[in-house]
Design a protein around this ligand. Structure first.
Ligand SMILES: *[C@@H]1O[C@H](CO)[C@@H](O)[C@H](O)[C@H]1NC(C)=O
Length: 575
């Protein structure tokens, strides 16, 4: 009798423990916007204070070669959510523009794409996105929400569907100032003025009507552009709660505080059931802002203040997990969507950009500074503490990692480019499965990275590179971001070759004369690239002009167009 009882107890213990061990974790996935790898204490910054983020590294795993799938927000985020190169979902543009600029455009993450949130939701998780989205909104009407977070598996959304731009806040200037310099307004104006003058003097004779219509067309073009810039914040900078626009344009005052409060509330409400929180900071993209308590607290101006507020917010999320006793049951991840945006010098000449540490160039390029991002993972009791992993990993790896841990399945008919991170994180394997990584600039193969399985070398080949301005710099100051097409790039034949384990800052390109492996490395890379390209099925370009342009009937507006869509309803009711 006694032994049966004991056996029973043992059995129970075993059942309970195996159930416990297999309990599916919660997820808190944190993405900061435009944060540079050199901005964090745990990646070597000595003057910015990021103790809460540094603690994630101390208590978890620090990835030192974590690579964003693209150097721009829209494609990088699409890849992160789906585990696939953005070209596969049509989120890598063939044109010059690589991100969504206005809210009333029809492009976005296609509904057929499967995000980790969608899988988690199917597996019974409660899911929330708090913060920035930037993956589209509507398709045919201003309320079909075909690209909205709710169409991609998020039960709850509080944040901005677009991105924070300089234009979103008074006094920060406009990102379109540089664009304007590239539009033919000046020559158009001069041309029309010359024609009118010549006509008035009788030098040329033209029909009066023709001259008049020229003047009207030129005036209308200039006026439309002016109107676009003037109304930009009303039409594009708004805050939504689920499907409702609650603040238009949004006030950045206390925005991070409000988002943090929402996140804490979400975790409290769901502490007894599995949840997935994607916390997507609106900071530290320009227009920079920081709440009063953080202004002038850093040695690095408003940029540093914003980073320190982000760090505070991460601390709040972690404290909440600890208070709810969820640390041992939650996988926490922190990254940035790409490197720091080096062109960000404010209208007053202040430095509004972050630091990419020793890495070359920044956002909008595939030099390491554009794609090597922070990658921190912490899960008390399951992941080792204070461990560094130098193997190549990708922000696409979160998709299969989350899917596996929720015990869901990835759709089988499509290619998933990410790999489950858990074996690497837990030390069950030493090597990353990413032997090759393909670095796209919009829809174009810009560079390829090769980490041969039997060596420590990291080869990186560039087929073209952006033309910097000024030429001796590492940024494209004339266009505010580097572009991927002619005449903004230089093609290289033979390609440029670097070996990152010896030259992480990409300072010395190797030539066939100095590098005996030059030709064999190139051959391997070309073969892998051919296989990769074969695996790409052509899809609709979501960033094609017809999808990017303003479609008035798609314009979300919480009052009326004539009232410039203004409203301030956030906080009136809490859902
Ligand atoms: C720390 O970050 C600030 C702000 O981006 C930057 O100016 C500084 O150079 C960084 N320090 C290091 C050592 O990277």
């Amino acid at each position: 009798m006694k032994s049966t009882c004991c056996c029973l107890a043992l059995l129970l213990l075993e059942v309970c423990c195996s159930v416990y061990a297999e309990k599916r974790p919660n997820f808190v996935l944190i993405m900061v916007d435009d944060l540079g790898i050199g901005d964090l204490g745990c990646y070597g910054n000595k003057t910015l204070r990021t103790p809460n983020i540094d603690r994630l590294a101390k208590e978890g795993v620090r990835l030192t070669q974590h690579i964003a799938a693209a150097p721009l927000c829209t494609p990088s985020r699409a890849a992160f959510l789906t585990g696939r190169y953005p070209i596969r979902s049509g989120m890598a543009g063939l044109g010059r523009v690589g991100v969504f600029i206005i809210s009333a455009s029809s492009g976005g993450l296609p509904t057929e794409e499967v995000t980790f949130a969608k899988v988690a939701k199917q597996q019974g998780y409660h899911t929330a996105l708090i913060g920035k989205w930037h993956l589209g909104l509507n398709c045919e009407r201003n309320n079909d929400y075909c690209h909205h977070p709710s169409a991609h598996g998020f039960d709850h959304f509080y944040g901005i569907p677009m991105t924070n731009l300089r234009d979103c806040q008074p006094g920060h200037g406009s990102v379109f100032t540089n664009v304007q310099a590239h539009l033919p307004f000046k020559s158009l104006g001069v041309g029309v003025a010359t024609v009118s003058l010549l006509h008035a003097r009788g030098v040329v004779t033209m029909q009066r009507r023709l001259v008049l219509s020229l003047v009207v067309v030129a005036g209308a073009a200039a006026a439309t552009f002016g109107l676009f810039v003037a109304t930009f914040p009303f039409f594009n900078c708004f805050l939504m709660r689920n499907l409702e626009v609650v603040e238009q344009p949004y006030v950045s005052e206390n925005l991070t505080q409000r988002m943090t409060e929402q996140a804490v509330g979400f975790m409290e409400k769901n502490s007894a059931r599995p949840f997935l929180l994607f916390f997507s900071f609106i900071q530290v993209h320009t227009a920079l802002f920081a709440s009063a308590a953080f202004q002038r607290t850093s040695q690095h101006g408003i940029y540093g203040d914003a980073v320190q507020e982000v760090d505070w917010s991460v601390g709040q999320l972690m404290q909440t997990l600890a208070r709810l006793k969820l640390r041992e049951n939650t996988l926490v991840y922190l990254t940035s969507d790409q490197g720091a945006h080096l062109e960000e010098i404010s209208v007053r000449g202040e430095v509004h950009r972050g630091s990419n540490g020793i890495y070359k160039a920044g956002k909008s390029t595939n030099w390491e500074g554009g794609i090597r991002v922070p990658g921190l993972l912490s899960w008390t009791g399951t992941l080792p503490a204070g461990k560094d992993i130098d193997e190549p990993t990708s922000n696409m790896d979160l998709f299969p990692t989350v899917v596996k841990l929720t015990r869901g399945t990835a759709p089988e008919e499509r290619v998933i480019d990410g790999h489950d991170l858990m074996p690497l994180l837990q030390g069950k394997v030493e090597k990353s499965k990413h032997e090759f990584l393909f670095h796209y600039c919009n829809a174009y193969i810009n560079a390829v990275r090769w980490h041969p399985p039997n060596s420590n070398s990291i080869w990186k080949v560039f087929f073209f590179s952006p033309n910097f301005y000024p030429e001796n710099g590492t940024a494209c100051m004339h266009t505010h971001a580097c572009f991927c097409t002619e005449p903004y790039v230089t093609h290289h034949n033979p390609p440029l070759l670097f070996e990152l384990s010896r030259d992480p800052s990409e300072t010395r390109s190797l030539s066939p004369d100095t590098e005996p492996a030059f030709h064999s490395v190139l051959k391997e890379i070309r073969a892998a690239l051919a296989l990769h390209e074969e695996s790409i099925t052509p899809v609709q370009d979501q960033l094609a002009l017809e999808h990017l342009l303003w479609k008035p009937w798609l314009q979300p507006c919480c009052s009326t167009l004539s009232r410039l869509c203004r409203c301030e309803r956030d906080g009136e009711k809490d859902s």
